[in-house]
Design a binder for this molecule. Structure first.
Ligand SMILES: [Zn+2]
Length: 416
């Protein structure tokens, strides 16, 4: 199949006018000008006035919380929010989580995401949900343990057993110790050791809130007071949350650190030195009113930075405006607060950088020969030099989405 488009934005090469992408089964065979590739014996699919670019990569999401949209008001303190989401979740059955998960997957597809790093809080729905969507879902099974009181070794064994029962499918599988405060150090340490030995990738929320930093650095604040009766606190008062992950071996090139809003002396260097990837979630960041994301130091240190949607449970609901999971909406929120970043760089965060964070650079996040055939089309009838702006400012559904060489949204159709 030869997909023709007025503009092709490969991300790892300059944009092409009257471009085309040659796809054979699940792979991209060639990217070039239509006039150069048309001679090849392939069915031509002409998408017309669109920009074709790599499918977007969402580096952090909780699909199963999609239907919590608007249910939780922005809290005074971070622990208040955790308490309110725990209360909301306690009213849900497995079927609610599954329906919510599938809603979220549909929203991501419509808005151009083709790969997502998803935190799975209900392992029993994962296999069925993954089969029901064409999205590439890199499912990371969440582990906590402070409330359940289970010992870290049993929590990890259960998660590893659940992982063994899942098919990697067209994406991959991983583990997610929830956060330094909601797990015990032995769980972080055991996960780091066993996941690495088995080649499993990991992701953790870290340094998200001021309350978390206060707890680990100074043994004080609302999170410390809330958790003191629930878990041993001897890992507090000896360093930052990022230091905590480093001490227990979790940082590394196979790890995605989520949020990293509140960094302490040396944390940027710890993340950079270890090759850890960092995902920033702009609308969630705005919802909680966190301090400014430490973009400049992380970027100067060479940390691979990506964007994620987080969940709709932590998204501000604006009356009269439909709120859905959308990476491009995250890019717009991000650019509105960070004028030093260009739209093209932000687009790289959700394509090339996202692929790097998943260890699949060269295979996803770019249109190049040999890469997997994941691409999206966004309407644009203007100049080639305005193509990136057009992509970033696009709201609503994409014109087409191809995942693994198959139409997830066929040209002219709605989401399947
Ligand atoms: Zn999250």
């Amino acid at each position: 199949m030869l997909i023709r488009s007025r503009i092709v934005l490969p991300m790892t090469a300059p944009p092409l006018e009257d471009g085309a992408v040659l796809v054979s089964r699940d792979r991209i065979q060639a990217v070039g000008r239509f006039s150069d590739l048309r001679r090849l014996d392939a069915e031509v699919v002409d998408l017309g006035d669109v920009v074709v670019l790599p499918g977007l990569i969402n580096s952090h999401c909780h699909l199963d919380y999609t239907r919590l949209m608007g249910r939780l008001v922005p809290p005074k303190t971070f622990p208040d929010w955790i308490k309110s989401i725990l209360a909301a979740k306690s009213e849900w059955q497995e079927s609610d989580y599954a329906a919510s998960w599938l809603d979220g997957a549909r929203q991501l597809l419509e808005s151009g995401t083709t790969s997502v790093v998803n935190i799975e809080s209900v392992p029993t729905i994962v296999a069925g949900c993954r089969q029901a969507t064409p999205l590439r879902v890199f499912s990371h099974l969440e582990m906590t343990g402070v409330r359940s009181g289970l010992d870290p070794a049993s929590i990890l064994d259960r998660a590893l057993a659940a992982l063994r029962n899942l098919e990697p499918g067209r994406a991959g599988l991983g583990l997610s110790p929830h956060a330094p405060y909601s797990t015990l150090p032995a769980l972080i340490e055991g996960t780091a050791r066993q996941a690495r030995a088995a080649g499993i990738r990991t992701t953790t929320h870290v340094a998200e809130s001021h309350a978390e930093s206060e707890m680990f650095l100074y043994r004080r604040g609302p999170m410390f007071s809330w958790l003191e009766p629930q878990r041993p606190m001897d890992d507090c008062g000896i360093g930052s949350p990022v230091q905590h992950l480093e001490r227990h071996g979790l940082l590394g090139p196979d790890h995605i650190a989520v949020h990293a809003n509140y960094l302490w002396d040396g944390d940027v260097e710890r993340l950079a030195r270890s090759g850890t990837h960092v995902v920033h979630c702009p609308t969630s960041h705005d919802y909680f009113g966190h301090q400014r994301f430490p973009l400049e130091p992380l970027r100067s240190a060479g940390v691979n930075l990506t964007l994620g949607t987080d969940s709709l449970a932590s998204t501000r609901v604006i009356p009269g405006r439909r709120v859905t999971l959308s990476l491009l909406a995250e890019v717009r929120e991000f650019l509105s607060k960070n004028s030093l970043v260009s739209p093209l760089e932000a687009l790289a965060w959700i394509t090339v950088h996202g692929a790097r964070a998943l260890g699949v650079d060269g295979r996803l996040g770019e249109l190049s020969p040999g890469a997997l055939a994941d691409l999206i089309a966004i309407p644009h009838s203007g100049a080639v030099e305005d193509a990136v702006e057009a992509v970033v400012n696009h709201g609503g559904c994409v014109s087409a989405s191809l995942i693994d060489g198959e139409w997830a949204i066929a040209p002219g159709e709605s989401v399947r």
